[in-house]
Design a protein around this ligand. Structure first.
Ligand code: UDP
Ligand code: MG
Length: 317
């Protein structure tokens, strides 16, 4: 690892980004040149576009950009696997070909200039640097509110992530090597990366608008990312079943009291009291039992999914 003059690889997951990519790569090349001039990074630094099975012209655009400037490289996934997988595929492709990587979205909503500070942090010894949004004024009200709901729901469900950090981050060689050892299929990088450990810092930046195209993260994808995150990092939903059973068991005592009073007041028809008592008692026992079984199933579920996480169809190096 070269902390003095590192080879920097900027990794961009791209899904239907034909409009944004030419602008984004030009802007990033400019930034790379600037950092080379100020002796922050090596001349061999480059950009890697990870095409996530786009349905539009994205891969052609990447080929074209590669021809114009070979510092723009690309890989293409065989089908659309989602942002997290496209990003992982990109990071794994640069793992042995750089000293340090920075992942950034194709739309430049995350201020690229923050990369300079990230690299400086890396040079002063950090292995992972998280980009954290200092404001979200340019996002729509809906995007802002849903994103905040998303973070606080995750936290309540027992998943710890870095607040307002998306996937804009610097990871050095070492962090990438450790990341490559996670074999899980339910990929939620914002949960995995903090759990890797290593020395880390935070760089704040203002979030701006997309340079071109529209959001590829509608509410549906956000919810499924959230569920993926929670179910691969937390057994809390399962625990909630157990807790519900326990609460019902306590309520059962009150119900039993009510049933017995009714019974001794001769206000019941025959069979009602015994049925009521057993339904409540058995119901809560069954829920608690399910909760316990759920705890184990949750763990097994996470352990056994050793599927390949992505299939790289083509490479441009
Ligand atoms: N993306 C991807 N695969 C997908 C959806 C999105 O690779 O299935 C990429 C997209 O090209 C972009 C990044 O993930 O580079 C973030 O997406 P977007 O900017 O649309 O999300 P938002 O900023 O609206 O949350
Ligand atoms: Mg975006």
């Amino acid at each position: 690892m070269n902390r003095e003059l590192p080879v920097l690889a900027i990794v961009i997951p791209c899904y239907n980004e034909e409009e944004a990519l030419p602008i984004t790569t030009a802007r990033l090349l400019e930034l790379i040149d600037k950092m080379i001039t100020s002796s922050l990074i090596s001349r061999d630094s480059y950009i890697l576009c990870s095409n996530d099975g786009s349905r539009d012209n994205t891969w052609n655009v990447i080929n074209h950009l590669h021809k114009k400037d070979s510092r723009i490289k690309g890989i293409s996934l065989a089908h659309n696997r989602g942002h997290q997988y496209a990003l992982l595929a990109g990071l794994m492709a640069v793992k042995d070909r750089c000293d340090v990587s920075v992942s950034i979205d194709a739309d430049l909503q995350d201020d690229p200039d923050a990369i300079i500070q990230m690299v400086k942090d890396y040079r002063s010894g950090m292995d992972i640097v998280y980009g954290v949004r200092s404001s979200r004024t340019t996002d729509t009200w809906f995007k802002r509110t849903s994103a905040h709901a998303f973070y606080s729901f995750q936290r309540k469900m027992g998943l710890d992530t870095i607040y307002d950090h998306a996937d804009y981050r610097l990871m050095d060689n070492n962090a990438l090597r450790l990341l490559s050892e996670y074999g899980e299929s339910n990929l939620f990088l914002r949960g995995i990366v903090p759990s890797i450990g290593l020395k880390s810092s935070v760089v704040k930046y203002a979030r701006s608008e997309r340079v071109a195209g529209e959001s590829k993260y509608p509410l549906g994808k956000m919810i499924s990312l959230s569920i993926d995150g929670i179910t691969s990092f937390s057994a809390k939903p399962m625990r909630l079943i157990f807790v519900t059973g326990l609460i019902l068991l306590l309520l059962d005592l009150l119900v039993a009291l009510y049933v017995l009073i009714s019974y001794f007041n001769h206000a019941t028809i025959s069979g009602w009291s015994s049925l009521m008592l057993s339904v409540w008692f058995l119901g809560s026992l069954i829920l608690m039992g399910l909760g316990i079984v759920g705890e184990y199933i949750g763990k097994i579920f996470i352990e056994v999914k050793h599927r390949p996480r992505y299939a790289v169809a083509e490479e441009l190096f």
